[in-house]
Design a protein around this ligand. Structure first.
Ligand code: NAD
Ligand code: DAU
Length: 371
């Protein structure tokens, strides 16, 4: 059966990308889904074992910065939709190695845009779409005006830690090299819409959590450390606030926006779920200890306050009202349920964690795919 269309998902071997690939491969057998990924340290094809044999799934190892190669892949496969997640994504790495972030996130996005334009523009952009996945970090940081948190604040339209939220019209004010590079890539995407008429859509999402996240990010790192009874390095005083969304809810939003979002628009994605780091860490410890059969409080002593991250953004809080009102999206999972599922998944998938922390997984897939 010929496929209705071919959609290329970049960064599909990473954390969020693997959930998006899985959703599209399973939900749309009529689409051919290409997962294009360079397989950096963060890319892991083991994240997609359950779909790798599906007839509508194809993996291509390539670097988004390789313009000639990307052009060839788009034209030979007749790609008409791009969902672009490939990026360097860890703030701490961007602080030590900003060049890699500029190369991948800015030049890689530009190379994809130009390659897609070359193939799509002559046909008048017919049935094409370039969907760029961005982050709430481009908006900068919000103040912590209620440091103790006020669960009642939402009744007055505010968040528990402050009245304001990031909306789609909030001024860009990135602070880290990571968010500066993401902001720059967002501008290029909008420029391709405004200048050439490319059918683009951009979304800015809050912090994701769930299975298959590389254990350098707070939640999987801390679950793994609790399991091994290693110190939990809390930056500064642990007072920074992040707005957490279960990764499958993000993938559902991406599906909806890819199909129904308005061309040229931006949508914020978030679950109105702000947590102060230290409170979230206590929930992680409590949940992990219960699941590991350890007495409550057994691992509280692992909390170790360390030197703060340079330029550490204080608070992120996303207002996703537009997405809810225009397209009807809401998160499906309560945080308590999401965190329980997540902690359980990492504890039950210790091989996955051990593999990605040892680096063996890269060598295994290199052999398997003769890369
Ligand atoms: P990740 O680091 O887990 O995965 C990134 C993927 O991109 C990896 O598979 C990697 O191999 C691939 N990649 C990197 N450089 C590449 C290149 N040059 N060519 C091809 N592939 C390359 O990232 P993630 O957390 O899944 O984030 C995915 C996207 O979502 C990113 O664009 C990120 O900015 C954005 N985002 C992430 C979050 C979050 O909480 N993780 C929140 C909002 C937005
Ligand atoms: O907001 C969306 C962003 O969320 C995404 O765009 C990024 O790709 C993603 O990495 C994430 O960025 P953060 O910097 O918020 O996530 P991270 O997991 O690195 O850190 C979460 C918070 O925990 C942050 O305030 C820093 C703190 N932290 C993190 C680590 C790794 C610690 O206190 N100790 C740690 O060891």
């Amino acid at each position: 059966m010929p496929f209705e269309r071919t959609i290329m998902i970049t960064g599909g071997a990473g954390f969020i990308g693997s959930h998006v690939v899985r959703l599209f491969v399973n939900k749309y057998p009529q689409y051919r889904i290409i997962n294009l990924d360079k397989l950096t340290y963060a890319g892991n094809l083991a994240n997609l074992k359950d779909v790798e044999d599906k007839p509508n799934y194809k993996f291509i190892k390539a670097d988004i910065c390789d313009y000639e190669e990307i052009k060839k892949i788009i034209s030979t496969n007749n790609v008409t939709g791009v969902i672009h997640l490939a990026a360097e994504s860890h703030v701490d790495r961007s602080i030590v190695d900003p060049f890699t972030f500029a190369r991948t996130n800015v030049m890689g996005t530009l190379s994809l845009l130009q390659a897609a334009r070359e193939y799509w523009e002559p046909s008048g952009w017919s049935a094409c779409r370039f969907y760029h996945i961005s982050t709430d970090e481009v908006y900068g940081a919000l103040e912590l005006t209620r440091p103790e948190g006020d669960p009642q604040a939402s009744e007055c339209g505010g968040g528990p830690f402050g009245d304001d939220f990031f909306t789609e019209t909030t001024r860009y004010q990135p602070h880290s090299p990571y968010s500066a590079a993401k902001a720059s890539s967002d501008h290029f995407v909008r420029a391709y819409h405004d200048t050439y008429g490319m059918p683009t859509v951009v979304t800015n999402c809050s912090n994701n959590y769930g299975p298959y996240q590389f254990p350098e990010k707070l939640i999987p790192l801390f679950i793994n450390n609790i399991r091994h009874r290693k110190p939990l390095p809390v930056y500064g005083k642990g007072e920074n606030v992040r707005d957490w969304l279960y990764v499958e809810d993000h993938a559902r939003a991406i599906d909806l926006i890819f199909h129904e979002g308005k061309v040229g628009e931006t949508y914020n994605i978030g679950g109105f779920n702000e947590w102060k780091n230290i409170d979230l860490i206590k929930v992680l410890i409590k949940t992990a200890d219960r699941l590991l059969g350890r007495p409550e409080g057994a691992d509280d002593d692992l909390i170790t306050f360390v030197t703060d991250r340079k330029g550490h953004d204080m608070r992120y809080a996303i207002d996703s009202t537009k997405l809810n009102e225009e397209l009807g999206w809401t998160p499906s999972l309560q945080f308590e349920e999401g965190i329980e599922k997540t902690v359980r998944w990492y504890l039950e998938n210790q091989d996955w964690l051990d593999n990605v922390t040892s680096g063996d997984y890269l060598r295994y897939y290199e052999r398997m795919y003769k890369l």
